[in-house]
Design a protein around this ligand. Structure first.
Ligand code: GLY
Length: 439
């Protein structure tokens, strides 16, 4: 079966490896960079930006693609599923009317409010600066400022963290509105406190099959300090829960996802086919921080690495219907990203890195190439994340050790990773943090 894969990061390398476990899969790929992991798994590669929809459609048609699988939200938001649908190619990834659940934060909050979906936050949306300031002045508590549209993960600012006080909140609102960041409209949300967790689900229009819960670490430096990034690493536990997450909490999150799939169908008349990602905050209650219309990165690597079911078959069921379930190994995973120094802030020009694939495999770890470029047999960093390593074992401590040993086989100047992700020390700190909220 011929699959088209869109995207050139570690998320897409993980999808490529999972698809190619089925030896009947022929892979055709589209990416803006030259990811060596995806390159070697693909029959053919179209090297264009993931939003060049017409070029992607031509490539898909001329190669007689049967199913397309989309990694990045930008392609979905631009309407790749609509366009491929017009030429009879079904897509794992929703149409743009449904991708609004990620690409338009006002739409997301409005759908949750209109359909009384639990876990919504108090919110208000503005494009008038004075009206927004009046809301800030009258609001009793701290706020989160989010541009309504996509900003590549750089738009969200939190009072008490990035913004010191109400004056800073107003300054940032003005910047979003005047500079047209994320469409120049702003959502002001109640600040949710607690520990974040991710639940992702396969969705075939009506059936929702959840995956194990994962915790991502967005802060750039150890001890969860520094600026926010796309994610420096993540872990999952043997039981599919997290140290601070009960079965009841997990089921609640899955229910929020199920209700949202139904609400989207009622609101748009379209069926959601793809991955729905919920990022939640558990504090005294569980709140929905955001939905994504695709796999999370790094969270995909925690779940696909332990997926026992045939991913290509799951993709077929997502587009045709009849999804029944997915089986995951009962193992813990720890994912750590190697990134350029200054990633998410002020990264250096491309620098060469050496990845000893054989030694990493000998450590029993899984390797996923992210946004790197291969040139004349050498590997170079970009401004984004470079390489992800995933350790898998019977315990998170063992998985963390495997990941850490494997990372010692990645060499280069101006790169770093967070050693603390997946360690008992960090996880116990998170449990202590949770005690503040649930006593
Ligand atoms: N891990 C967060 C994201 O994929 O957006």
């Amino acid at each position: 079966m011929k699959f088209l894969l869109i995207g050139g990061g570690a998320r897409e390398h993980a999808m490529a490896l999972a698809l190619k476990k089925n030896t009947d899969v022929e892979l055709y790929s589209v990416m803006g960079n030259k990811n060596p992991g995806i390159l070697r798994l693909s029959e053919k590669v179209l090297q264009v930006k993931e939003t060049e929809l017409e070029r992607i459609r031509e490539f898909a048609v001329s190669n007689k693609i049967e199913i397309a699988v989309v990694g990045p939200e930008a392609s979905l938001g631009a309407g790749i599923s609509n366009l491929l649908g017009e030429v009879g190619i079904p897509t794992v990834g929703p149409k743009k009317e449904l991708a609004l659940i990620e690409t338009d934060k006002e739409f997301c909050r409005n759908v949750m409010a209109e359909y009384s979906i639990p876990a919504n936050l108090t919110y208000a949306c503005f494009n008038d600066f004075e009206e927004a300031c009046a809301y800030v002045d009258s609001y009793n508590g701290e706020l989160v400022v989010k541009p309504v549209g996509l900003t590549g993960g750089k738009g969200v600012k939190v009072q008490g963290e990035h913004l010191k006080n109400k004056e800073d909140v107003k300054v940032y609102i003005r910047e979003v509105l005047e500079r047209g960041i994320g469409g120049g409209r702003v959502v002001l949300e109640e600040k949710a406190l607690g520990e974040e967790f991710t639940v992702q689900a396969f969705v075939d229009g009506s059936n929702v099959i959840p995956m194990p819960a994962v915790q991502d670490h967005k802060r750039a430096y150890e001890g969860d300090t520094g600026h926010n990034t796309g994610g420096m690493g993540s872990y999952s536990m043997v039981d599919g829960l997290l140290p601070f997450l009960t079965t009841e909490d997990y089921n609640f999150a899955v229910d929020v996802i199920k209700k949202t799939v139904m609400a989207l169908k009622n609101k748009t008349g379209e069926s959601y086919r793809g991955i729905l990602y919920g990022q939640f905050m558990k504090g005294s209650e569980i709140k929905l921080i955001e939905f994504n219309c695709r796999f999370g990165d790094p969270e995909i690597m925690n779940v696909l690495t332990i997926l026992k079911s045939d991913f290509s078959e799951l993709c077929r069921h997502i587009v045709e219907g009849g999804l029944k379930g997915a089986v995951f190994s009962e193992l813990a995973t720890v994912c750590k990203y190697v990134v350029p120094e200054g990633y998410g802030f002020n990264p250096p020009p491309p620098c060469e890195i050496e990845v000893n694939e054989g030694a990493i495999a000998d450590e029993g770890a899984n390797l996923y190439y992210a946004v790197v470029n291969e040139k004349n047999g050498k590997l170079f960093t970009t401004t984004s994340r470079a390489v992800a390593i995933v350790g898998v074992a019977d315990s998170f401590e063992e998985a963390e050790k495997i990941a850490e040993k494997a990372i010692s086989h990645i060499r280069g100047e101006h790169i770093y990773h967070r050693r603390d992700i997946g360690t008992r020390e960090l996880i116990e700190r998170k449990l202590r943090n949770m005690e503040k909220f649930i006593g």
